[in-house]
Design a protein around this ligand. Structure first.
Ligand code: NAI
Length: 328
């Protein structure tokens, strides 16, 4: 049988973890033929709760779950990891300024970047879900100089999936008919969900919609503010959908995006589409065997250009803020 893959998950006792771990153990990430060894990192006070989650994982008797290891030391948990899903982060609490949030998360992602650098397997891939995801990925990447920059990504797949769902609802199409959706920029309210290159059963989505006001005043803000709408309705932030998107993103990265389609992923910019090199910004990408390639040659009109530039400017500001804090 296949060699087990070591998947590290941080923040494993959190809300997203409670959905994510069970999906991974069920085979949704690596497929039905590959056993998984889970390596779960938490902060010390959350280890007891994590033990409870592991009891539940045991109780599922998942055929593909080879082993589970838990701990509060990143150096041990990341040892030999092939994939690290960095979900755990410091949430913004009352009275916390943006700078405080960047600083608290900076400390976490500096330490985790170093631990990955020193202990992960040579084929490590790292996906950051914990917010601010793009900048957290930038901090981890900068603190892991021996790991190629292409191995780091931040999650914009939830935004991508939300955009597909909204477009399907508007047009009556099935989600499976919608391809080539793109999220550009930051996983934040400035993100730009772009349907000008998307297709619905092979037809250009913007032409099918034929309603620029809907795109500008309804679709884009609905996708960008969906996280807040979930909090408002559910009284807690999106968790199962975030876990599902974390799986979609990692699965496609390792096993390939669908033929004739692409996915959105925040990756280290090579300067494509005028995004400054090294920023972790969302692009349309094609993935295969653990590698990604930015889709080239898309026409960007003035409307899209302004939206992309605004989100990228925010990423540059976040980078400057963490540079000032000495985190990168
Ligand atoms: P949560 O607060 O329920 O769980 C976070 C867990 O991380 C906690 O159990 C906490 O103890 C742990 N943690 C904190 N610092 C840690 C460290 N240094 N090492 C290991 N574990 C640590 O939060 P939830 O709902 O699971 O969300 C996790 C993160 O994902 C948040 O930052 C949230 O904003 C982000 N998120 C990102 C989305 C995206 O699309 N990129 C979507 C939804 C959430």
């Amino acid at each position: 049988s296949a060699t087990p893959v070591k998947v590290a998950v941080t923040g494993a006792a959190g809300q997203i973890g409670y959905s994510l771990l069970f999906r991974i153990a069920a085979g949704d990430l690596l497929g039905p033929d590959t056993p998984v060894q889970l390596r779960l990192l938490e902060i010390t006070p959350a280890l007891k709760a994590l033990e409870g989650v592991v009891m539940e994982l045991d109780d599922c008797a998942f055929p593909l779950l080879d082993s589970v290891e838990i701990g509060d030391d990143a150096n041990t948990i990341f040892d030999g990891a092939n994939l690290a899903l960095l979900v755990g982060a410091r949430p913004r609490t009352k009275g916390m300024e943006r700078g405080d949030l960047l600083e608290a998360n900076g400390a976490i992602f500096t330490a985790q970047g170093k631990a990955l650098n020193d202990h992960a397997a040579d084929d490590i891939r790292i996906g950051v879900t914990g917010n601010p995801a793009n900048t957290n990925a930038l901090i981890a990447k900068t603190n892991a100089p021996d790991i190629p920059a292409e191995r780091f990504s931040a999650l914009t797949r939830l935004d991508h999936n939300r955009a597909i769902s909204q477009l399907a609802a508007k047009t009556g199409a099935k989600v499976t008919d919608i391809t080539k959706m793109t999220i550009w920029g930051n996983h934040s309210a400035t993100q730009y969900p772009d349907i000008f290159h998307a297709e619905i059963a092979g037809r250009n989505a913007a032409e099918v919609v034929n309603d620029q006001a809907w795109i500008a005043d309804d679709f884009i803000p609905t996708v960008a503010k969906r996280g807040a709408a979930i909090i408002e309705a559910r009284g807690a932030s999106s968790a199962a959908s975030a876990a599902s998107a974390t799986i979609d993103a990692a699965r496609d990265w390792l096993r390939g995006s669908a033929e004739g389609d692409w996915v959105s992923m925040a990756v280290s910019s090579d300067g494509s589409y005028g995004v400054p090199e090294g920023l972790i910004s969302s692009f349309p990408v094609i993935t295969k065997n653990g590698d990604w390639e930015i889709v080239q040659g898309l026409d960007i009109d003035d409307f899209s250009r302004a939206k992309i530039d605004a989100s990228v400017a925010e990423l540059a500001e976040e980078r400057d803020a963490v540079t000032k804090l000495g985190l990168i």
